[in-house]
Ligand binder design. Structure first.
Ligand code: DGJ
Length: 719
C-alpha cells in the first residue's frame, strides 16, 4: 500500500513500514524502515529536523545532510558519507544536489526495467515513482519502489536521466540506499569459491567502518553472492529483526555498508562501481537493476520464507516453477568427455529401469570436443560420438520413455573452433595484448548485437530441431580483458537479451542455470530459469552447508541437487548412498553417476530414491522451509518443509561426525516448527502419532545410526 500524507510518503507491506519525508528544503529523507507504524505526516517530527551543530549554520545555508538519513544521497555538497551515485557533469565536476519534485503511484503495476529482469506484479503490486532533480546540472533521478500488500518486500531501483545539453558521465549509481538510525547490527554475507559456494559469514558492524561486499568477476556470484542481511546481534532463525538486500543482477555487483561517525548505518546495493563508466547523451536514461529488500521481525527463517514465496510468485517466470520436475540423470560425473552413443544409451536404459525420467547429456556432445580444449561455439553434433545425429539419439531416448536434456555453454568460444577461426574479433579483448584463456576458452563479446544474434540462432537451431525437454546453461570462466569501462554491465545486458530470447522462444523447456557449479546463483538468472545447479561439489557433507546457506535467500525449488558416486570426485569422501539421497532431497533431485557400474542392490536403492524424490517433490518445491539446526554452528544439519496447509511435513537430519554412544535419553532432540499445534501428525513409516504441539514444544529424539554422516528422514501427515 502506498500512502501519501502531507510531506510523508509511506509504503506499507504485510507488517512493514517504509517511510520517507520531505523536509522544508525539499530534501528526500528516510524516516523509518521496520515494523509497521501509523499513517500520518511525520515531517514535523523534531527528531528529523534536529541536525548536529545547527548553531554554526547561517539560516540560508543548506542543512548538513550528513546528519540525516537520506533516500538517495548525492555527492559533494551537504552530504559527506558514501553517496548513492556519482557523476561528472558537463562542467567537469561531480557536485550534485537533488531536490524532491513529485511522485506518482502506478496502481496494480510493477515497474519494468528495460533490458533487465525485474519482479512482476501478478495484479498484486503497486509502484511508487519519485522524481528528484538537480536543475543546475540538468539531471533527473527517478526512484522506483514496487510494494505488495501481502509481502514484506520492496523492490527498489533508480533511473538517471540527462536533461542537459551535453553528455554526463556516471561513475556509479546504486539501486537503493537505506539509512538506519543506529549501527548495532551484524552483517551477514555469502562468500565462497568453486565447490564451496555461499560460505555464510556473520560480522559485527562497528562505528566508523565501511565495508563492501562485491564480486567483480563478471559472472555474478562466485566469490560473493548479491545477497546480504543486516541483523540485530540477537537475531537468530526464529527471533529478531533482520533486513535482506538481494540484487536482481548477474554481473559485477556491490553492497556498501557504512557505519558513520554518528553511529548511523547506510546500506547501498547495486552494480559495482569498479571499472564502471556510463556516458549519458542528452535525453538518455540509465537504469539500475532492482534490489529486492525484505524485512522480518521474526528472524532469518521468516525472511527466507518470505523471499522464497515472493520469488516463486513474483520473479520466476518459467512455467516450471510449480510444475513437477522430472527426476534426472546427468552424464557429467558418470562419463565426463568419454562416451559414445551406445554407452550413453546403456546409462539411459539403466537409469530408466530405476525410474529416472530425464537424461541430461552434459559437456562433450558437439564439434570435436573430447576434452575441454576445443569446439565451444560450434553447436553442431560431434559426428564420431553421434553418427546418426542428435535428433536420432533423442528419439531413442524418447522411445525408451525418457526425456532428453542438453548442456550448452552459449557465452563461450574455444580458440580451437570453427567459430573462432571465422570470427576472431568476437571475443572479449583489448587490442594491445592477447586475451587470457581460462579452461582453454575465450568469452564471446556479448556487448555486440551480431554476437548475441549468433548465439540465439545457433542454440535455437538445436532446440528447434531436436526434441529437447531441458537445457543446462553453463558458464565456466571469468569475464576479464574488458575493452572499456562499464563493459561488464554491457555484457550483463547481452546475457539477459540472449536468455530472454531463448527462454521465451522455448517456454516448454526446463532451463537450469549453471556457472562452474553455483557461481551465478542470483535472482537475475531465476527470473528466466527456475533452477540453478547449486555447486559442482556433490559431496553430501559439503552440500549440507552449501544448500543450507543458499536457502537463506533462494527457494529449494531453485536448487539442483544430485546424488553422485563415492569416493566423491571433489572431496574423496565416502558417504552412504542413503546419506547422499537424503541430503539431495533438499533440492530438485537427480543423479550424476554411472548407474551401469552399480550393484543390483545399489540400483534398487537408487530406484527407491528416485521414486521417493518424485513423491516428496511437490512438498519440497512448494512448501515452507524451516531450518532447525545449522551445520555452520553445530555438528548437525536439520531442516524441515511444511506444506502451506500444514498437513504434510518432511524433515531431514544429518549428524556429521558420530559422538560417543550414551543412552537414548542423551540423544539429540529436534523441535519442529510451523506445524498446526492442535493437529495430530502421523509418521508415514512407523505409524506413530504425535501432536503438533508436542513436536514443536517438547520435540522428539533423533536416534542416529552409530556412524559418521548418519542421516534420518521423517515424513508426517496430518491425521
Ligand atoms: C561445469 C559444470 O558445473 C559441471 O556440472 C559440468 O557441466 C562441467 N562444467 C562441464 O564442462
Amino acid at each position: 500500500m502506498i500512502l501519501l500524507n502531507g510531506n510523508t510518503i509511506h509504503l506499507q507491506g504485510k507488517t512493514l513500514s517504509y517511510v520517507m519525508i520531505r523536509n522544508h528544503e525539499e530534501d528526500l529523507l528516510n524516516y523509518h524502515f521496520g515494523a509497521k507504524i501509523p499513517d500520518m505526516d511525520y515531517s514535523s517530527d523534531p527528531d528529523v529536523n534536529k541536525e548536529s551543530f545547527p548553531f554554526f549554520r547561517a539560516p540560508a545555508e543548506h542543512p548538513n545532510l550528513s546528519s540525516f538519513p537520506q533516500e538517495y544521497p548525492a555527492y559533494g555538497r551537504a552530504e559527506q558519507r558514501h553517496p548513492a551515485f556519482q557523476l561528472v557533469n558537463a562542467l567537469g565536476n561531480s557536485i550534485t544536489a537533488l531536490k524532491y519534485k513529485s511522485c506518482r503511484v502506478l496502481e496494480g503495476q510493477a515497474a519494468e526495467i528495460p533490458g533487465m529482469p525485474a519482479v512482476f506484479s501478478g495484479g498484486k503490486a503497486d509502484t511508487l515513482e519519485i522524481t528528484l532533480s538537480d536543475d543546475a546540472i540538468g539531471l533527473t533521478v527517478l526512484l522506483s519502489y514496487v510494494v505488495y500488500d501481502e509481502y514484506d518486500i520492496i523492490a527498489r531501483s533508480a533511473a538517471l536521466i540527462n536533461d542537459a545539453q551535453k553528455p554526463i558521465v556516471l561513475r556509479f549509481a546504486y539501486s537503493c540506499c537505506v539509512d538506519f538510525p543506529v549501527h548495532d547490527y551484524d552483517l551477514i554475507h555469502f562468500c565462497g569459491d568453486w565447490g564451496m559456494e555461499r560460505g555464510l559469514q556473520r560480522t559485527r558492524l562497528h562505528k566508523g567502518m565501511t565495508t563492501e561486499i562485491a564480486d567483480n568477476t563478471g559472472r555474478g556470484s562466485r566469490w560473493n553472492n548479491p545477497f546480504v542481511m543486516i541483523a540485530r546481534p540477537e537475531t537468530d532463525e526464529d527471533h529478531g529483526e533482520v533486513f535482506g538486500f538481494n540484487l536482481v543482477y548477474s554481473g559485477n555487483h556491490s553492497t556498501v555498508v557504512q557505519c558513520d561517525h554518528n553511529s548511523h548505518l547506510r546500506v547501498m546495493q547495486g552494480v559495482s562501481p569498479t571499472s564502471f563508466r556510463w556516458e549519458l547523451q542528452p535525453g538518455e536514461l540509465y537504469h539500475t537493476p532492482q534490489s529486492v529488500i525484505c524485512y522480518s521481525a521474526r528472524g532469518m527463517g521468516e525472511l527466507s520464507r518470505e523471499y522464497h514465496r515472493f520469488y516463486k510468485n513474483h520473479l520466476m517466470r518459467s512455467k516450471w516453477v510449480n510444475r513437477q520436475r522430472p527426476i534426472l540423470v546427468n552424464s557429467w560425473e558418470g562419463a565426463y568427455f568419454t562416451f559414445t552413443e551406445e554407452t550413453l544409451l546403456q546409462l539411459a536404459k539403466t537409469s530408466k529401469d530405476a525410474g529416472i525420467e530425464l537424461f541430461v547429456l552434459d559437456d562433450g556432445w558437439f564439434g570435436k570436443r573430447d576434452d575441454a580444449k576445443s569446439s565451444l561455439g560450434d553447436w553442431t553434433v560431434h559426428p564420431a560420438k553421434f553418427p546418426n545425429g542428435l535428433a536420432s539419439f533423442a528419439e531413442k531416448l524418447n522411445a525408451m520413455g525418457m526425456l532428453f536434456g542438453l548442456w550448452f555453454e552459449p557465452e563461450m568460444v574455444s580458440p580451437d573452433s570453427e567459430l573462432y577461426r571465422a570470427h576472431p574479433d568476437w571475443v572479449v579483448r583489448v587490442p594491445q595484448i592477447e586475451p587470457i584463456q581460462y579452461r582453454f576458452q575465450y568469452v564471446l563479446d556479448l556487448s555486440r548485437d551480431d554476437v548475441c544474434e549468433y548465439v540465439i540462432d545457433a542454440v535455437s537451431k538445436i532446440l528447434g530441431s531436436v526434441n529437447i525437454a531441458y537445457v543446462k546453461w553453463d558458464m565456466n570462466r571469468i569475464v576479464c580483458d574488458a575493452p572499456f569501462e562499464g563493459y561488464h554491465h554491457r555484457y550483463a545486458l547481452g546475457y539477459y537479451r540472449i536468455m530472454k530470447a531463448l527462454t521465451e522462444a522455448f517456454p516448454e523447456i526446463l532451463f537450469e542455470g549453471c556457472c562452474s557449479g553455483g557461481g551465478r546463483f542470483d535472482p537475475g538468472v531465476l527470473a528466466y530459469m527456475p533452477q540453478i545447479w547449486t555447486s559442482d561439489n556433490t559431496d553430501a557433507v559439503s552440500r549440507l552447508k552449501i544448500q543450507y546457506a543458499t536457502s537463506m535467500c533462494y527457494p529449494l525449488s531453485a536448487m539442483g541437487a544430485h546424488v553422485s558416486a563415492v569416493p566423491n570426485h571433489q572431496t574423496g569422501r565416502i558417504t552412504s548412498l542413503k546419506a547422499r539421497g537424503d541430503i539431495a532431497y533438499a533440492g530438485m533431485f537427480g543423479f550424476e553417476l554411472d548407474l551401469t557400474k552399480m550393484t543390483e542392490e545399489e540400483k534398487a536403492e537408487v530406484a527407491q530414491q528416485a521414486a521417493y524424490a518424485k513423491h516428496i517433490q511437490p512438498l519440497i518445491r512448494d512448501g515452507d522451509l524451516y531450518r532447525l539446526r545449522s551445520p555452520f554452528e553445530t555438528n548437525e544439519c536439520i531442516w524441515e518443509v511444511v506444506s502451506p496447509e500444514k498437513d504434510h511435513v518432511f524433515m531431514m537430519a544429518c549428524r556429521v561426525l558420530t559422538v560417543i554412544m550414551r543412552s537414548r535419553y542423551f540423544d539429540p532432540k529436534v523441535r519442529f516448527r510451523g506445524l498446526d499445534p492442535d493437529a495430530v501428525y502421523e509418521d508415514t513409516v512407523t505409524g506413530l502419532r504425535y501432536s503438533g504441539s508436542l513436536l514443536m514444544n517438547r520435540g522428539i529424539t533423533l536416534s542416529y545410526e552409530f556412524k559418521d554422516f548418519a542421516t534420518i528422514t521423517m515424513e508426517l501427515r496430518k491425521v
